[in-house]
Design a protein. Sequence first.
Length: 340
Amino acid sequence: MIVDLRSDTLTKPTKEMLAVMASAEVGDDVFGEDPTVNLLERRMAELFDQEAGLFCASGTMANQLAIKAQTQPMDEIIAHELCHIYYYETAGYAYNSGVSIKLCKGKDGLISPEDILTNIQPDYDWLPKTSLVTIENTHNKAGGTCYDLSTMQAISKTCNNHNLKLHLDGARIWNAMVAKNYQPEDFGSLFDTISICFSKGMGAPVGSVLVGNAVTIKKARRIRKAFGGGMRQAGILAAACLYSMDHHYELLQKDHQRAQALGSIFEQQHWIASVSPISTNIVIFDIVDSLSPQKVLEKLSEIGIKMIQFGPQTIRCVTHLDITDEHIHYVEEKLKNLPL
Ligand SMILES: *Cc1c(COP(=O)(O)O)cnc(C)c1O
């Protein structure tokens, strides 16, 4: 058995999902004529109480479009120091948009209105101009932590008061919705733009949707074309996203339960120093100083369990659609006699 816990991007489309993709009604989306893409974009805009949506090839593309559509060169964006936009998007904010980034420490991956206030640049010719705040919910690097609704409301208010745009990196927004039990209409309109991913826990092979007001999304559509992201019969992919909303969203709760179960198993291991609190589907733990993550990962891999290094002594696991109770049981049994 192979238990691949490296990422929730590893999920493969199910037979049922493939069948829906194969029979999707399609057209040329650059002409705006793909009915399935149009349906997905409309459905997401309505769900999150926004005017329009834009289907994108990746979460990174959706984030990059949001930054480019809402900043000018020489602007600055405010973000958490461990955020995906800073860490894992190849400095795309600088490359694509010509902006700098002001990183705040926050707490557990989450930033506060005070973090924003202390990082807004004063209005001088020699300083970048703060124009956009981005937050991540759930927060990947901090271990799947989620914002309270009240914090998102307060952040939105602060941004409004200071004329800053607010973007939500919602790579795992579905997980946050399940964990915090908020409805999309409760928080959707707090943001100027939201990137919503389908290719992680939701289990679609490809796709994110950027939602926002009509003007911003029209601008983002032009930029998407310039980035080479105008797709043609993309309805095949959009169909998988629609399917995931109808059939996989309700399974995320199970992923969270399995993450908790993994956490309890890890608590028992002598070679694990500490397990971080688990909020959603991400489990992060530190191994004891006498071992190296490379060695641990190698030993785990030999018995069919895959995880990834996430820091000098830190390892990450993620539960997802293709991880079952049997897999969790397998991990529990195998770790009983792991030769470490
Ligand atoms: C995965 C991820 C993204 C973007 O992912 P793609 O691989 O480009 O689809 C963006 N933000 C966060 C927090 C992520 O975890």
